[in-house]
Ligand binder design. Structure first.
Ligand code: NDP
Length: 298
């Protein structure tokens, strides 16, 4: 890549696998746009031993920060020197700022989701009822962001009920004054039907033949439906069912862009300039278009 020199600073994404990540395309495009002498690279590590070694190395290198994706959003918490309250509550860090000799962990997934909902759907979650499908890292980030945004009630629906209950109990420990509950799918009809916002924060939908996790008749035209899955060449079953019901639907690309832009806002702390979301969105779309379609050689 042109422009790399002896003073170029590093950023990147740690995860496994990283073959489908859009982050290098989005980040490098916006660094060029902002005139930042930074480069963003994929940092694929196969296990937690590799993660610890990599983070130790990052401490003595010229990093402004890095993102963390599946499967390390929880494991990275213990490797940070400080963790922002929202990320502690979510139990997930997806952005680390290398600030002086400290690694400071944040969760920009939740903030990115709120920004995308506002920007792309004009949706303000304050006072609204929300149903979240999933209880992993993405669901945790969304859960905390919606609590901080003062949603009226939030129901976490998960196959593994214990995982959802753990998140709910963690919020209770933070004296959260909002109605939160954990349910299995079979018990969730009323919560989904009554929700103003339905979020898919599971990985179901990534494959074209993945099912809709809730019956189509639970969805309605009063709802906003956010499917966090992004970058697929197909619409997810949840999106198709939502569209058929007349709901306002969004995929996860806007959220991805906003969480990435928020990470740049954090790393570029000395600048007053807000990271341009459109530049990152255009780069992500170009990257997606350049990829072979299903059936073509990869
Ligand atoms: P995790 O591995 O932490 O969590 C996965 C979740 O999916 C769990 O709740 C799991 O349920 C559920 N799940 C997996 N398979 C099934 C199934 N067959 N039926 C029902 N539930 C299932 O992953 P993340 O939370 O990090 O990511 C989840 C999704 O969100 C991914 O698609 C990811 O790409 C997307 N994402 C999008 C972002 C964006 O910016 N748009 C940001 C972050 C994530 P269980 O606990 O029962 O196993």
């Amino acid at each position: 890549m042109a422009g790399i020199n002896g003073t170029t600073k590093l950023a990147g994404v740690i995860g496994w696998p990283l073959s489908h990540t859009l982050s290098p395309a989005m980040h490098n495009a916006v660094y060029r746009d902002l005139g930042l002498d930074w480069i963003y690279v994929p940092l694929a590590v196969a296990d937690e031993v590799g993660l610890r070694r990599l983070v130790a190395a990052v401490r003595s290198m010229n990093f402004v920060g890095f993102n963390v994706t599946m499967p390390y959003k929880t494991a990275i918490l213990d490797l940070c020197d400080e963790v922002a309250t929202a990320a502690q509550m979510a139990g997930a860090v997806n952005t680390v700022h290398c600030s002086g000799d400290k690694l400071i962990g944040y969760n920009t997934d939740g903030r990115g989701m709120l920004e995308a909902l506002e920007r792309d759907a004009g949706f303000d979650p304050a006072g609204k009822r929300v149903a979240i499908l999933g209880a992993g890292g993405a669901a945790g980030g969304a859960f905390v962001a919606l609590i901080l945004a003062r949603s009226a009630s939030i129901t976490l629906i998960n196959r593994d009920l214990g995982r959802a209950q753990e998140l709910v109990e963690r919020m209770e420990a933070h004296s959260v004054n909002i109605s939160v509950e954990a349910l299995m799918y079979a018990e969730a009809e009323q919560a989904v039907r009554e929700a103003d916002l339905v979020i898919n924060a599971t990985s179901v939908g990534m494959r074209p033949d993945d099912p809709c996790l809730v019956p189509a008749q639970w969805l309605s035209s009063n709802q906003v439906i956010l499917d966090m899955v992004y970058g697929q060449q197909h619409k997810t079953a949840l999106t198709l069912c939502g569209e058929a019901a007349g709901a306002f639907t969004l995929d996860g690309l806007g959220m991805l862009v906003c969480q990435g832009a928020t990470a740049v806002d954090i790393w570029n702390e000395s600048s007053q300039e807000r990271t341009p979301r459109e530049v990152m969105l255009d780069a992500a779309r170009r990257e997606l278009q350049s990829r072979p379609s299903v059936g073509e050689a990869r």
